[in-house]
Design a binder for this molecule. Structure first.
Ligand SMILES: O=c1ccn([C@H]2C[C@H](O)[C@@H](CO)O2)c(=O)[nH]1
Ligand SMILES: [Zn+2]
Length: 139
């Protein structure tokens, strides 16, 4: 996996951030199971709550194009190391239980995490499947 390439794409996407309210620019780039890259920026809306983070923009683009798995996702933002919010961590969990999350300031300055480190003891699709089996037994 080319981490620097993923960070480069995230930095390019960050330039497209539509952030008239926070002026906080975030970019993201992810790698699918077949090594395709999808990018996203944050998009803010005047009524605030419909605002979408960069990570989810990238993820929803990939899923809506038929991809099912995320191998890695890079995030860059205006803060010194911008970490994904809790909502985005849960969305990454849905499509990338074993995903690598790259938090970058630049192509040369980055930190790498497993999703498990940023969202320990997570709840996910398998838990619902397991609950299904249990309730069948209880009938
Ligand atoms: O990891 C993050 C953190 C924040 N934001 C966005 C949401 C909002 O537009 C702005 C300020 O929170 O940054 C992201 O896109 N990703
Ligand atoms: Zn988020």
């Amino acid at each position: 996996m080319d981490i620097k390439e993923l960070i480069k794409k995230a930095l390019e996407a960050q330039k497209k951030a539509y952030v008239p309210y926070s002026n906080f620019h975030v970019g993201s780039a992810l790698l699918t199971e077949n090594d395709e890259i999808f990018t996203g920026c944050n998009i803010e809306i005047a009524s605030y709550s419909p605002t979408l983070c960069a990570e989810r923009t990238a993820i929803f683009k990939a899923i809506s194009e038929g991809h099912k798995k995320i191998k890695a996702i890079a995030v860059v933002g205006d803060a010194d190391f911008t970490y994904p919010c809790g909502v985005c961590r849960q969305v990454i969990r849905e499509f990338g239980k074993d995903a690598i999350i790259i938090i970058a300031n630049s192509e040369d300055e980055y930190r790498e995490y497993k999703l498990e480190e940023l969202l320990p003891h997570s709840f996910g699709p398998e838990d619902l499947a397991e609950a299904d089996t249990r309730s069948e037994k209880n009938v």
